[in-house]
Write a protein that binds this ligand. Structure first.
Ligand code: 5RP
Length: 225
């Protein structure tokens, strides 16, 4: 997706933001457009506070002037705007190729409304058909969890960055599990989460209320019925 289309999708999401709201700030290139545009609105007088889903989003929000808050002060978020790596027809998601899946899930679950902003290449008939399932694990458990996931099928690899294991904002490792098409995302999400040593997975079943899809013909909004 071109950068301009990503920005257009972010602008559609921005239409839902009102003064007084607590806003969850997603991670990734599309969510970053939203944060920048939100910053411009704040500089023009919009009164919101944000809760970031990563250190990167925290830095960007601070840079563009979005005031930040925390769950102690604001335990409920009005709207979260975030990206995704795959979106199913039921609006279930795979997230976390950017490595922020755990904080993204915490923020999404604390939100009254979750808006996902993607380009149409992210739409799939079944989750897992294109991308891996990211699974964040505490370092001690990584070999145990690798073996357990692979006993269920597919291949799990420790994510690397610049030739070294990628370390999440939470100090953990990420296993990228090539699973293939998932028949029941909610059930698989529960099963992975049930493994001791797993912090969470990038399956986000039943979390998004709205997906804004940007394509060459413009943006369309998919709403959860
Ligand atoms: C980060 C994420 C991102 O939202 C996801 O990877 C999409 O990113 P982009 O908008 O750059 O395609 O889940 O953990």
């Amino acid at each position: 997706m071109s950068d301009e289309l990503k920005r257009q999708a972010a602008l559609v999401a921005l239409e839902e933001i009102r003064s007084g709201m607590v806003v969850g700030l997603g991670t990734g290139s599309t969510a970053s457009h939203f944060i920048r545009e939100l910053g411009a609105m704040v500089r023009s007088g919009l009164k919101v506070v944000g809760i970031p889903t990563s250190e990167a989003s925290h830095r960007l929000a601070a840079e563009v002037g979005v005031p930040l808050t925390d769950f102690k002060t604001n335990p409920k978020i009005d709207v979260t705007v975030d990206g995704a790596d795959e979106v199913s027809p039921e609006l279930d998601l795979i997230k976390g190729l950017g490595g922020a899946l755990v904080r993204e899930k915490v923020v999404a679950h604390a939100s009254r409304r979750v808006i996902i902003v993607v380009d149409d290449s992210k739409l799939v008939d079944r989750l897992g058909s294109r991308t891996v399932i990211p699974v964040e694990v505490i370092p001690l458990a990584v070999d145990l969890i690798t073996a357990q996931l692979e006993s269920w099928g597919g291949q799990a690899r420790i994510r690397e960055k610049d030739g070294k294991p990628f370390v999440s904002d939470n100090g953990n490792l990420i296993l990228d599990w090539k699973h293939g098409a998932i028949s029941d995302p909610a059930e698989l999400e529960r099963r992975i989460k049930g493994l001791t040593g797993v912090v969470d997975s990038g399956i986000f079943a039943g979390v998004a209320q709205c997906v804004i899809v940007a394509g060459s013909l413009g943006c369309r909004k998919l709403e959860k019925p």
